[in-house]
Design a protein around this ligand. Structure first.
Ligand SMILES: [Mn+2]
Length: 436
């Protein structure tokens, strides 16, 4: 085998709108909306700088099948730049940008290959001497909903067997629950094809499912929401003369998401919480100096200030103040090292002895035990809570909220309801006790 080098990227989601985020200033929103394009530019620069032999993109180039014109033009620009540098690009389309989406009829640069709706194999040569090094097999989604196991349609080692075989596939391998199960397949299915490297797309978190042969999700190139935390980028892959693979993750993102906790356990006053939050923001800023951080802060622990936080005003004021400072700072010195609080999530509790109350033979004890049972199980329509929610399900807006929520969100609501109820009942007991 001849050594060569390529970039494996996926899920560019160009022109992702960063919709559904409240409280963004114009400046911040614009910066977020530029981030997927900046990540693309960085990938192009990386390809040129590292002199890769080719680039593979494993689906979801665009964020939506209703492709934005801006996304198409910017992608075209990137492809032209790579073409000018004589770097071929191999692309498949996924569930977000299937082949049937309306797009500009443009002539692609000669070195760009977009795979069609049935698997095909292309032999690739090394740039410096034109020697054949690899066979890439891939197919695009024709429509957005591909429910079939398309991996089974990939040929077993089409082309020369002494070359390095890459499979380009947009799929959910081994039923990842966080993503929709398009093109479901198993590692076993992929292993039987006899390829050396499965360049996957679809799952946005970076993971190498297997090393022999390689089955790799590089993750998306730019995180777009709080579920896409941590560094995002692509893999620079080196294949040596023995066929051994060395993967080097390269960051491409300029906006990074963090999901963090701050405890109220040691806070005597809301001011202490503010200091804890500011300390966290400083830590994040120092750990990611080159880009813009977006952080969700979960307020956790038990403490006396929880009651003051419950009505929301303290956190709301703090949020407004922190954001105002960041917007000013970004306006004067730029976004690098700035930290924006995406939201506060109140998961703290009052100073109640939950464990003791759970043991109690009382109404509160009974209620808390019920909540714990429901928290441990599924909040299905058969559960006590499901039953209690039934009348609310007639309200279209509430039904949408409930059915569209994740299991994690439901648990969080239930946990907060449990805390709040316990607190109200305890207050009531105290008031009752005083008057008796
Ligand atoms: Mn995707």
């Amino acid at each position: 085998m001849l050594p060569f080098r390529f970039i494996h990227a996926a899920d560019l989601h160009l022109d992702s709108p960063f919709a559904g985020m409240s409280g963004l200033t114009d400046r911040v929103r614009k910066h977020l909306q530029q981030s997927t394009f900046i990540a693309l530019d960085r990938m192009v620069q990386l390809a040129v700088r590292e002199k890769v032999d080719f680039v593979v993109i494993s689906g979801d180039v665009y964020d939506s099948s209703n492709t934005s014109l801006r996304a198409q033009l910017r992608f075209m620009e990137a492809l032209e730049m790579l073409d000018r540098e004589h770097i071929p690009v191999f692309i498949i389309h996924g569930n977000h940008d299937p082949l049937d989406s309306p797009r500009l009829a443009v002539t692609l640069p000669p070195l760009v290959h977009v795979f069609g709706p049935v698997p095909e194999s292309v032999t690739v040569v090394r740039r410096r001497d034109g020697q054949e090094v690899s066979v890439i097999t891939g197919m695009s989604y024709l429509t957005s909903k591909v429910k079939e196991n398309i991996s089974l349609r990939y040929n077993k080692k089409a082309g020369a067997s002494e070359l390095f075989h890459i499979g380009l596939l947009h799929a959910n391998v081994d039923g990842n629950q966080e993503h929709e199960t398009y093109a479901p397949c198993s590692k076993k299915d992929l292993n039987t094809a006899g390829y050396h490297y499965w360049a996957l797309g679809h799952i946005h978190s970076r993971r190498t499912l297997q090393e022999s042969p390689y089955i790799v999700y590089p993750g998306n190139i730019q995180g777009r929401n709080i579920r896409e935390t941590g560094p995002k980028g692509c893999y620079l892959v080196d294949v040596d003369e023995t066929g051994a693979v060395a993967m080097d993750f390269r960051e491409l993102d300029t906006v990074r998401w963090f999901d963090m906790e701050v405890s109220i356990g040691d806070c005597r006053h809301p001011e202490d919480l503010r200091l804890n939050v500011e300390r966290l923001l400083t830590d994040i800023s120092e750990s990611y100096t080159t880009g813009f951080s977006m952080v969700r802060i979960r307020i956790t622990g038990r403490g006396s200030i929880h009651r003051e936080l419950e009505d929301g005003f303290i956190l709301e004021d703090l949020l407004i103040d922190l954001r105002r400072k960041v917007d000013n700072q970004a306006g004067t010195v730029g976004f690098a090292g700035c930290v924006w609080v995406e939201s506060f999530c109140l998961s703290s509790g009052a100073e109640i002895q939950l464990e003791t109350l759970l043991q109690e033979d009382s109404f509160i004890g009974e209620l808390l035990r019920l909540a714990e049972t429901e928290l441990a199980g599924d909040i299905g329509s058969d559960s006590v809570i499901g039953h209690a929610l039934r009348p609310l399900m007639d309200q279209p807006e509430i039904r949408l909220l409930l059915t569209g929520s994740t299991r994690e969100e439901q648990r969080e609501w239930l946990r907060r309801a449990m805390e709040l109820t316990a607190l109200l009942l305890l207050d009531d007991q105290e008031a009752g006790g005083a008057s008796a």
